[in-house]
Write a protein that binds this ligand. Structure first.
Ligand SMILES: [Cu+2]
Length: 174
């Protein structure tokens, strides 16, 4: 986005804000045609109608003097994912794998583990050699308890439950 162009978001497009913007930035003000400055003045004095004033604003937008920044919905979008610790997860012979066993997410996703089993579990992050590392580590989670962690770096991350170390899961962050 060019600095010489005014950046105004739609809700801010009220007369007073425009006046502040005009006076606050000489470079911007110089790109605004004189007739529009006159319009702003006349509008402020009540000499022209709102429609005429808005038409002047429309000219500024159509000619790229005012750049409307459409706010991306993605950055403000909250990314969420969850991993269920299912019933039977504690039993070696059970198929109670983490759901999903390998969670795939985008960078910035908040992951919530939910203990849906009848016994406590925890989540302990592991390094590549399978050793517990101090990164995402939950306390003991009773039935129904949750543990949250936001993944800000791409990679593949393994974890396990220290009570039931045969239960290893992974999170792939892209
Ligand atoms: Cu466990």
């Amino acid at each position: 986005m060019e600095h010489t162009k005014m950046k105004i978001i739609i809700p801010a497009m009220v007369f007073s804000v425009l006046l502040v913007s005009f006076s606050g930035n000489i470079a911007n003000a110089e790109s605004i045609p004189q007739w529009i400055k006159n319009n702003a003045l006349w509008y402020g004095q009540g000499d022209i109608s709102e429609t005429e004033f808005l038409n002047a604003m429309k000219f500024l937008i159509q000619n790229g003097i005012i750049v409307i920044e459409t706010e991306d919905t993605e950055p403000s979008e909250i990314l969420n994912a969850s991993v269920m610790i299912p019933n039977g997860n504690s039993e070696v012979a059970s198929a109670g794998f983490y759901l999903p066993l390998n969670l795939e997410i985008s960078v910035g996703t908040l992951v919530t583990w939910v203990n849906d089993d009848s016994v406590p579990h925890n989540i302990q992050s592991l390094d590549e050699s399978g050793n517990v590392i101090d990164w995402f580590n939950s306390p003991s989670l009773n039935t129904g308890d949750r543990f949250e962690f936001t993944f800000d770096e791409p990679g593949v991350y393994n974890y396990y439950c220290s009570f039931h170390p045969w239960r290893v899961g992974s999170v792939t962050v892209k």
